[in-house]
Ligand binder design. Structure first.
Ligand code: 13P
Length: 253
């Protein structure tokens, strides 16, 4: 029986103009205020343009705010990028790093992800470090190797259960409606935890949260969240409706 408190995190990706995004944030905050007893932490990661406003809406509630990426450097000539300290300054407590969409769209390597996670730590943010195999890699029997290698390469020195969350997101399950079975998810989460234990020691590995992401929905969340090594969800599509996102949070209860 795990003592880890689940984290239910919404990754809004590149969705939401002000009207919709702020209404969504208000919907999540209102539900959290009404049902504080649900035993999970709640996080929303809006697009950069909405972070400051969402942070104002979430202030004083139990809803944390995060960025979807950060730059590895503290400041400087990096047009279009956002430093971890800027996220912190805007009200964030978390930064997602190494999402498969950034690895694919922006060519982010494990080394880049590691530097970004270190920058997040430096700024006082919790880094959510994402790993996950493609369908071709799964079909080739490389799932465990791929996830171990990504984790080894992406986790910075100084990572611990307080400043780092891992997200296992099989690429083939993201936005496809094809969710990992509980057996598939648990198998990889257990391998990730073993890898964390080898790197950080058993106590830190036991305390670190490992989220599942990839087509998590209200109707499949309970079975996934009940697994021994699944400590929450990183939710894309279903986080864009407060009602669905909250239904997933309630599956922790
Ligand atoms: P979906 O929930 O839309 O599959 O997205 C998962 C994800 O990529 C969260 O980061």
């Amino acid at each position: 029986m795990s003592t880890r408190r689940p984290l239910i995190a919404g990754n809004w990706k590149m969705n939401g103009l002000r009207a919709d995004g702020l209404a969504l944030a208000e919907g999540v905050v209102a539900r959290r205020k009404a049902e504080r007893g649900i035993p999970c932490d709640v996080l929303v990661c809006p697009p950069f343009t909405l972070i400051a406003d969402v942070a104002r809406i979430a202030a004083g509630s139990d809803v944390a705010v995060g960025g979807q990426d950060c730059h590895a450097k503290v400041s400087g000539a990096h047009t279009g990028d956002t430093a971890a300290a800027m996220l912190k300054d805007a009200g964030c407590g978390y930064a997602i790093v190494g999402h498969s969409e950034r690895r694919a769209d922006h060519g982010e390597t494990d080394a880049v992800v590691k530097a970004k996670a270190a920058a997040a730590h430096q700024a006082g943010l919790v880094a959510i470090v994402c790993v996950g195999e493609t369908l071709a890699q799964r079909d080739a029997g490389q799932t465990m190797d791929v996830n171990r290698t990504q984790l080894r390469g992406s986790l910075p020195d100084g990572a611990n259960a307080a400043n780092t969350v891992i997200a296992y997101e099989p690429v083939w399950a993201i936005g496809t409606g094809r969710v990992a079975t509980p057996e598939q998810a648990q198998e990889v989460h257990a391998v990730i935890r073993a890898e964390l234990a080898a790197r950080l020691g058993a106590a830190e590995a036991d305390a670190m949260r490992i989220l599942y992401g990839g087509s998590m929905k209200p109707d499949n969340a309970k079975a996934l969240l009940a697994l021994p090594d699944v400590d929450g969800g990183l939710i894309g599509g279903a986080s864009l409706k407060a009602e669905d996102f909250w239904a997933i949070a309630k599956a922790c209860g």
